[in-house]
Structure formats: C-alpha cells, structure tokens
Design a protein around this ligand. Structure first.
Ligand SMILES: [Zn+2]
Length: 150
C-alpha cells in the first residue's frame, strides 16, 4: 500500500476497527513521509489461519483474542488502545505474509515481543518475563487467569 498523496510506502496504522458486519476492517493510516492521513476499508477475505497450540490442538486465529491478551497483560503500559490495535495489525500482517495456513502459537508470541521491544521496553520486559518462560501465549493467558483468581 502507498500513500495516495506522495506515494511513499512508509505508512503507520493509527486506528483499526471492524466495520460493517465485522467483515471489513476500517483502518486510519498516516504517511510517515508527508503526515497525510487516510482511511482504508479492507474486506476480510483472508483464508482461515490455523494456530497450532503446544498441546497439539488447533484453533482459528482470532485477532480479537490477541488484542484482549495483549491488553490484559501489558495494556497499562500504553496510553492508548490504538497502539495495541497497531501491534495486533502488524502481527496479523506478518502472520499472513509468511504464507503458511498453519502457524505455531509461539510465533504469535514472538511477533508480539518484537513489536513491544520496539515500542515500550517496560511492556516488553513484563510480557517477556512471563511469556518466555511458558513458550505459549495460551499458557501465558492461563497463568494470568489463575493469578487473578487467587
Ligand atoms: Zn505521503
């Protein structure tokens, strides 16, 4: 995708939300070259992406679930949910760009770590300290759930 104003390819997603009946994503993007802002609507026509969990189970990739997991674990380190949306959007793009129709849940966690490392060191350390130990975002979620119930 290119900036409609200056044709630069350096774009930043500043807002991302579902539109219509949830079969499209509305994204506000900002050009890093000329600061021009524009909106895109992307039909969700992506093929289903299976996530293979550590225990061998499979489930469909769910961007909302990923948002909730990140928000719950490190949301307090960000001033805006838009930033978490951007992390989710970038992780999702990277997953689809790898061209596989099945991915490991660990890949998702590693991509999230990469994004956090670039944005917020405190959030990165917090996420890494728990996640790295468990090697799966599902186990990480389980631990968080247990912590809240004790
Ligand atoms: Zn531009």
């Amino acid at each position: 995708m290119k900036c409609p104003h200056c044709q630069a390819a350096d774009l930043k997603v500043i807002e991302s939300r579902e539109a219509g009946d949830g079969d499209a994503i509305r994204r506000r993007r900002e050009c890093l070259q000329c600061q021009h802002r524009f909106t895109t609507y992307e039909r969700i026509e992506r093929p289903p992406l299976a996530v293979l969990k550590k225990e061998g189970e499979r489930e469909l990739f769910d961007r909302r679930k990923l948002f909730v997991a990140i928000h719950r674990s490190v949301g307090k380190f960000f001033t805006s949910e838009v930033e978490i949306e951007e992390i989710v959007a970038r992780v999702e793009d990277a997953l689809y760009n790898c061209g596989e129709n099945e991915i490991l849940s660990r890949q998702i966690g590693d991509l999230v770590l990469e994004e956090l490392a670039r944005r917020n060191k405190v959030a990165y350390v917090r996420f890494a300290s728990v996640y790295r130990e468990f090697k799966s975002i599902d186990e990480f979620e389980q631990v968080l759930r247990q912590l809240r119930h004790t």
